[in-house]
Design a protein around this ligand. Structure first.
Ligand SMILES: [Zn+2]
Length: 253
């Protein structure tokens, strides 16, 4: 039995009275738990198991199984702001999906903390801030998992890259490429100097906002392609793609 901070990434009904919940925890990584009796009103889980809610969880870990038992969950922070607009909700679903691709042993408590920071930022984001806040959290997740992109040196030959120059960006290679290596990497995208500067600023913890919605959407696609390569074994990140196809509702609420 462990006690840990946790956040609800996903939940669905199971049989008559239970729910199966996917939690990002600080102590045990991302795990699936069964909450027995959670569908009963007035049960010990109360209303605290809503999506994107933070709480203190008691979990009985089963060493030989992938489904653990949730003893209790005391909500400490709901995030109703995430359901206040389609833009925020789509972004939160995309972030949740990233969390659910992480295994228990990945990143330890860092995944929980990155997701909490991301959900908090998105829950109060203005419409034009939703994409950059979400994309920033996604890059921080990559860093927590140990595969932050290479931006100041060529990811293939390690030659230093001039910060004033546009380069190519290749997810499979692990980041930016010099002209020589880019010629050998078909499909690498152009990464303008200002876009690379923004990636470096986000990595340094700054809260940059791209110049316009088109640039924001290019960042949204870039990080998704990178994470599909490194986090999802090349498989599509469906919630992220859905959010992206809806334009991230960058201009609407
Ligand atoms: Zn190179």
């Amino acid at each position: 039995m462990i006690r840990t901070d946790a956040i609800v990434l996903h939940a669905f009904d199971y049989r008559e009275t239970s729910r199966i919940v996917r939690l990002a925890t600080r102590e045990a990584g991302v795990v699936s738990v069964i909450a027995r009796g959670a569908k009963r009103t007035g049960g010990k889980f109360g209303q605290g198991m809503d999506l994107f809610t933070s709480g203190a969880a008691q979990i009985v870990l089963h060493p030989t199984r992938d489904l653990h038992t949730l003893g209790s969950f005391d909500a400490t922070r709901a995030r109703p702001g995430l359901a206040a607009s389609l833009a925020r909700f789509g972004a939160a679903a995309a972030l949740s999906e990233l969390g659910m691709r992480c295994a228990p042993e990945d990143g330890g408590g860092a995944i929980h903390d990155v997701l909490v920071a991301g959900f908090d930022a998105v829950s109060v984001a203005e419409a034009h801030e939703v994409i950059p806040r979400t994309v920033t959290a996604a890059w921080h997740l990559a860093e927590a998992l140990g595969f932050a992109p290479t931006l100041e040196h060529c990811a293939a030959c390690h030659e230093a890259l001039d910060t004033e120059e546009s380069v190519r960006f290749a997810p499979r290679a692990g980041g930016a490429l010099c002209a020589r290596c880019a010629a050998l990497a078909p499909g690498a995208r152009a990464l303008p100097a200002d876009a690379r500067a923004m990636l470096l600023a986000w990595a340094a913890g700054e809260e940059g906002i791209p110049a316009d919605a088109k640039v924001a959407r290019a960042h949204q696609r870039l990080v998704r392609e990178f994470l599909e390569e490194h986090l999802a074994d090349g498989k599509p990140l469906r919630a992220w793609r859905d959010w992206e196809m809806n334009g991230g509702h960058a201009e609407s609420r």
